[in-house]
Design a protein around this ligand. Sequence first.
Ligand code: ZN
Length: 265
Amino acid sequence: MAWIWMLSAAGAVLLWAISLGRILSSPAPSCLPPNPHFLPPLRDDRRSRSVLLVVAHPDDESMFFAPTILFLKSKGHSIHILCMSQGNADGLGHIRKEELYCACDTLKIPRNQVKVLDHPKLQDGFHEKWDHGLLAELTMEQVQLWDIGTIVTFDSYGVSGHPNHQDVHHGICQESKKVYICMTASFCMRMDKEILKLGNFGPVDIWLSSLTSFSSSKQPIYTLVNSSPSRSYQAMAAHKSQWVWYRRLFVMFSSYTYMNMLQKV
Ligand SMILES: [Zn+2]
């Protein structure tokens, strides 16, 4: 029986390597399927170029959204980040705020396009319930200020299942129609969320996301492929207070290092 397990393990490693090879072989960040209508065409005006990424905590942008950031920047978009809290659950809020700015340096996002809030009603925590109306109001303030054309945020599951992420999704989607959500990976995870707790399939999700794209869905799903996964790793490493061994492993094996699946709300 041992040889069956060895064969299975060798097959899994081979599939992982082939999948990673496919991702790394792309000369630039790409979109699957290629679609010119994914976002409105770039014009001379600021609004068509400006994309707002709304996250709940410092490190969400690097841990979950790096493929989106790198793809949109490669297409000429200007990325802005609104972070709804300092991530102060462990009393490190002031440090984590600075780490977010450092991560944005590695992602080439100007610091004046990054806003980190510290609202008393929006404090980091699994048991903190965030007010959806307040989240919508604060987001729309930044949309006006930065002349934003498109918003990207979590899906209703919150990508990792964190309640703060889920509240950000509901707050924003109740107010705005120009929102793309990052879908919880992968095909199997959405069939049974318990599987999510076991981890995910890293670059192998490139094949599973293709299957998802063909699933019956009202809105098309776009897979944004990160041709430089090391940049996700570098951005996450800037969050020094969070850069513990299990997060290093997570970033290495996470689908969100290699791709994001986006869907318009
Ligand atoms: Zn988070």
